[in-house]
Design a binder for this molecule. Structure first.
Ligand code: NAP
Length: 340
């Protein structure tokens, strides 16, 4: 990929009311910015796509929403082209929120503080199993799920970036792992390379019926990435002292009128269950420990990265929409340039 001579950018033009479409964004071309004192000029190499960006487009959450007219915010890996910031040098690979654009002049502060990639770390892994989604799976599964050998662990969004790693970690801890995902190809991967014990294709199968067949003693742990009807089906079949890990609820992210909450939640009372939401940033002080463990498991082949790498900055909006149609298998990335 040749080096861009201008700065191509995707600007947030309109806030989506329902599903995101390309009209929410505007393509702009401008001069490559110049770094001020205390800043670096970063050339973006690879963008991360995360369902949370849908929230950043429309509301203040754990970070302020993206102002209209600004570059679409996104986590990414880039390479320092010019440095006027102590501790950073030309050629360094860095991670931060450099957005949907070729170049960013930044001091590295803000929503996702800039950090250098540890030497030898591959950018795709740094945004996948060794990045935010891997860490989300790690802390959600281990700190909230508290998996014990022989327990039944169910995860939705199972062939996604977070769900796939959560299932693999539960497997490492000796659980029987069942993944729920959309489509035959995803279920085939889960039962094959993913090492899951079984998979349920929620787009073509009756989830409640399949859970009943696959979890005769009930569900001990549920890692929820999707909310909605799947959460409700799980709640009806939890085992005593079940733990429900509330990680995400993507089935509702594009709905402006949310449906009523889960009808089966009273089963949490009858089964003495526990339901706990979390944000991965709650565990910031332990990230180094999580990354080290995930890197060891990855090097040993005990967890693998399922990933979907698209190409070209012009495809950023279309790549983002893949998360909501379920077109992505694993971590959704977009390669926009090669390192020097
Ligand atoms: P991902 O799972 O790689 O991609 C999103 C997947 O969601 C799609 O591939 C699709 O898979 C599924 N999906 C989309 N619409 C759906 C619907 N209506 N019903 C059921 N499934 C649907 O994305 P990710 O980055 O790993 O994120 C997964 C979840 O974790 C999201 O809810 C996200 O918000 C959450 N998350 C939370 C934290 C935290 O700190 N709590 C951090 C990171 C991510 P199918 O083909 O299987 O439908």
């Amino acid at each position: 990929m040749s080096q861009a001579k201008i700065n191509r950018q995707w600007i947030l033009k309109a806030r989506p009311k329902g599903p995101v479409d390309e009209k929410c964004f505007e393509w702009r071309e401008s001069e490559i910015p110049k770094p001020a004192d205390g800043e670096v000029l970063v050339r973006n190499l690879m963008l991360s796509f995360d369902p949370t960006q849908r929230g950043w487009m429309t509301m203040d959450t754990y970070v302020p929403m993206i102002p209209l007219g600004e570059v679409m915010r996104a986590g990414s890996i880039g390479q320092v082209v010019e440095s006027k910031k102590e501790g950073f040098a030309k050629g360094d690979l860095v991670q931060g929120a450099f957005g949907w654009q070729d170049y960013a002049a930044t001091s590295g502060g803000g929503v996702m503080p800039m950090s250098k990639l540890p030497p030898g770390t591959q950018p795709n892994l740094a945004m996948g199993v060794l990045g935010i989604t891997g860490l989300t799976a790690y802390f959600g599964t281990l700190e909230i799920g508290l998996p014990q050998k022989g327990e039944t662990f169910v995860v939705s969004g199972a062939a996604g970036a977070t769900g796939s790693v959560a299932g693999m970690i539960a497997k490492l801890k000796g659980c029987r792992v069942i993944g729920i995902a959309g489509g035959e190809a995803k279920c085939k991967w889960l039962e094959g390379e993913g090492g899951f014990d079984a998979a349920i294709d929620y787009k073509h199968e009756d989830v409640a019926k399949r859970l009943h067949e696959l979890c005769p003693n009930g569900i001990d742990i549920y890692f929820d990435n999707v909310g909605g009807a799947i959460l409700d089906a799980v709640l009806a079949q939890i085992a005593p002292k079940a733990r429900i890990i509330l990680c995400g609820a993507i089935s509702g992210y594009e709905q402006s009128d949310l449906p009523p909450g889960p009808a089966n939640y009273f089963n949490m009372v009858l089964k003495h269950g526990r339901m706990e939401g979390f944000l991965v940033l709650d565990y910031l002080s332990k990230f180094h420990e999580g990354i080290a463990q995930l890197a060891t498991w990855h090097a040993e082949g005990k967890i693998v990265q399922l990933e979907d790498i698209q190409e070209g900055l012009e495809n950023a909006p279309r790549t983002f929409m893949r998360l909501f149609s379920g077109a992505n298998m694993g971590k959704q990335l977009l390669r926009i340039a090669d390192p020097e």
